[in-house]
Design a binder for this molecule. Sequence first.
Ligand SMILES: [Zn+2]
Length: 69
Amino acid sequence: MRLDHTADWSPRGCPHCTRSLTRDDALVVGYSCGREVVHFCWCAGCGWQGEIVEVHRVHSVESDKGRTP
Ligand SMILES: [Zn+2]
């Protein structure tokens, strides 16, 4: 079941088992949360449920570990 009317994209696969979320027995519901578009998903294959959010910008700190001089 797909009720997404809020975004140009939607998750296509379960992040837990990779089963398609475009199947009729999966649930993907998109909604806006501020500037973000959030997709609540439920996978009929493994039972995973959760939210997937498109990330527009990532801020991170670079670690010194693992760097080669
Ligand atoms: Zn799954």
